[in-house]
Design a protein around this ligand. Structure first.
Ligand code: AMP
Length: 216
């Protein structure tokens, strides 16, 4: 099954994406993770993307579209995939539709995780991430077992450059303007299901699971 998980920054979609990937055996394709990896590898793409990301702006469509095209052409994405953080603009959504149609494929399900703004700001300012394995923590609700250390790989957890209050506010604005309209776009295509992201991680996953099972 080919899926997309959408939602504002901090909605917990990355956490849910890892779970879905594990349970359903599809790769979670996160453009944010791929861009951060390009930055830490010092590639041309990473250099190009960094300035936009630090400001909370969208990286130019073509850069992200190319990354996703390459990733979806890999062997492990042929039996299904889950896109996390892509598409984030109408241009990206249309390009994705065309690329998939060209390969005789389509999107089967779009999951929208909804969370109100005040909750997002609270979550993101207390979020910590592992730069090595991309695990996500929250200082209050889901802290690492040993303070400052990733449970999964032992690396030092850090605060993302773009998880500061000014940038968070801007990312939310960018989300409202560019990405939120995609909810309607996929609803009109009959592909959208919505889950409230304010419940516990297990409850949200339970709801997502029911939607996926309904499509299998
Ligand atoms: P995320 O990890 O999904 O919150 O993404 C972090 C940042 O990466 C965003 O604020 C953007 O600057 C950039 N980014 C990730 N995905 C996209 C996308 N599909 N289009 C444009 N920029 C993106």
């Amino acid at each position: 099954m080919n899926m997309i998980i959408m939602g504002p920054p901090g909605s917990g979609k990355g956490t849910q994406a890892s779970r879905i990937a594990e349970v359903y055996g599809v790769p979670a394709v996160s453009t944010g993770d791929m861009l951060r990896e390009a930055i830490s590898n010092g590639t041309q793409r990473g250099l190009e993307a960094k300035a936009f990301m630090d400001k909370g702006e969208l990286v130019p469509d073509q850069v992200v579209i190319d990354i996703v095209k390459e990733r979806l052409a890999e062997a492990d994405a042929q039996q299904g995939f889950l896109l996390d953080g892509f598409p984030r603009s109408a241009v990206q959504a249309e390009s994705l539709g065309e690329t998939l149609a060209g390969a005789g494929k389509k999107i089967d399900l779009v999951i929208n995780v909804a969370v109100p703004d005040d909750e997002i700001i609270r979550r993101l300012s207390r979020r910590r991430v592992c730069p090595k394995c991309n695990a996500v923590y929250h200082l209050d609700h889901q802290p690492p077992k040993v303070a400052g250390m990733c449970d999964k790989c032992g690396a030092d957890v850090v605060q993302r450059n773009d998880d500061n209050e000014t940038t968070i506010a801007h990312r939310l604005e960018v989300y409202r303007q560019n990405s939120e309209p995609l909810i309607e776009y996929y609803r009109n295509m009959g592909l959208l299901v919505e889950v409230p992201g304010t419940k516990t991680i297990d409850e949200v996953f339970g709801e997502i699971r029911a939607h996926i099972e309904g499509k299998l």
